[in-house]
Design a protein around this ligand. Structure first.
Ligand code: G3P
Ligand code: MG
Length: 233
């Protein structure tokens, strides 16, 4: 089972910051998930749509300026750009799952993606592009057929995993709260992997292993990895 460090190793360092990414690498993570927003044409790594609460800033992240964002801190950490994190991660053998959040425009990502492949040490099979916005998933796949894409869902569609065929998705990203055996089987029959968010509990990991899921998103990737290794003994 693949373990994605969720928002970096967010159980140990401020989520979606370079510190959380470095911690994940230090813990031996081979897959990392991060969330991105568009701010004045530049992609920034942050989870919430509002800066309030998790940072020193205030307001909708996609409506502030880059100059303002540079003054904002998450814990003691700055909000990194996607490019900064990828420039760091290119030196490690790591899959990066870029989750496209409620972006006001997909254009900055569509412009950046080919640059990531040509200017950084990433091949298309090391980048997994996901979103709850399935229009974004479809657009990325349409523009870049080699891209690995994944729809995120919170719930179970009436036609189970049919959307992975429609979107030519590499994987289906499911909520732990709604997962069923039927959708896992259907996704696998359609050739897609199943990754489940957000999973930190040993009993949940054991349950998901029985369902045959391919991976999880965990805030404590090292502990979850240990649980998985114990299950396979
Ligand atoms: O990508 C998996 C998971 O991160 C989706 O939910 O809200 O944590 O971004 P959220
Ligand atoms: Mg996410």
């Amino acid at each position: 089972m693949q373990v994605f460090a969720h928002r970096g190793a967010s159980g140990y360092a401020p989520e979606n910051t370079l510190a959380a990414i470095k911690k994940a690498v230090q813990l031996g993570s081979t897959a990392i998930e991060i969330d991105v927003h568009n701010v004045e044409g530049q992609l920034y790594v942050f989870h919430d749509r509002r800066l309030d609460g998790k940072s020193t800033g205030t307001g909708l992240i996609e409506e502030v300026s880059q100059a303002y964002l540079a003054t904002v801190r998450v814990g003691a950490e700055p909000i990194p750009t996607l490019w900064e994190l990828l420039a760091y991660l290119q030196h490690f053998d790591c899959i990066v799952n870029i989750e496209l959040k409620g972006m006001n425009s997909l254009t900055p990502f569509l412009s950046l993606y080919p640059n990531i492949l040509s200017k950084l040490n990433f091949s298309a099979d090391k980048l997994l592009i996901s979103s709850f916005n399935h229009h974004f998933v479809a657009s990325v796949k349409q523009q870049f057929p080699q891209a690995l894409v994944a729809p995120l869902i919170e719930g179970i569609p009436v036609d189970n995993a049919a959307l992975v065929s429609q979107l030519q998705a590499y994987s289906l990203h499911l909520s732990l709260s709604f997962i069923t055996s039927d959708i896992v089987i259907d996704a696998h029959q359609r050739g897609a992997k199943v990754y489940v968010y957000t999973v930190d509990d040993a009993a949940d990991i054991a349950y998901l292993a029985k369902l045959g899921v391919d991976g999880i998103f965990s805030n404590y990737p090292d502990i979850s990895q240990q649980v998985i290794e114990q299950l396979s003994r």
